[in-house]
Write a protein that binds this ligand. Sequence first.
Ligand SMILES: [Zn+2]
Ligand SMILES: [Zn+2]
Length: 286
Amino acid sequence: MTDPTAALPLDAHLHTDLSPDADVPIDAYGAAARERGIAEVAITDHLDFDPEGPAYDYADYGRRLRHVRAAGERWEGRPTIRFGIEMTYQRQYEAAIRAHLAGHRYDYVVGSVHIAKRDPLRSGATAAAWCAGKSHGEASAPYFAEVEAAIRSGLFDTIGHLDFVKRYTVAHLGPFRYEDHADLYDRLLVALVESGMALEVNSSGLRQAAREPYPTPVVVERFRALGGARVVAGSDAHQIGSFAFGLEEAYRSIAAAGYRSLSFRRGRDRVEVPLETDLVAALARR
Ligand SMILES: [Zn+2]
Ligand SMILES: [Zn+2]
């Protein structure tokens, strides 16, 4: 990896081989983070509450906890490895999610809406039929209704990949622009401001069909204009080659919107991870 990434303080969204759709041994992240000068990472393996979800009962809490804590000891703080989770939010399982969080400690919790295997958007042919004659807003309405409910649940530190649905819709509907759907985005952003949760800038969209982060820089700027105080960044890697991929671009978007820290949680402590002046300057130059 010869990516000229500047030393970044945090990648807050990573999947190991304890996620059903990832194959990365946790120590590979330790090595990659040390090599790239990324000081802190959050392991956020998937947890589903829908019995049909791939991460339902995939790896139990104790196993995930030991996996991360043991790696944390092996890497001795270079990088620091945090025990996070990415919970798939679905309204019908909100009570179960709440109960899980009441009984299990994490350093950091991402709440995300995913597209279930049975959803028409998951395969090209059915997605084309679903999108036919619809606007982006119409085609994505079920997804965004769940995202809004996830925000209003107040359960999470951050909402992961806010507009991830565009991974499945851009092939049929073209680019999904904030300017064309300002009402839709603003509704979510205002809810997020009210919730106090962080907006995650997730760079995985840069390597997927959308070819842009979830969400784009204009949405990050808009979030700040609406009073959003907290943002965070993650590469959402599922393979080692995607570790920190596009992360610098996510940071650039955050810095350009005027933020000077990332919002994160380390167990009991909600913290602001500063973006040092020289990093902000380097991001602006590139
Ligand atoms: Zn996700
Ligand atoms: Zn993820």
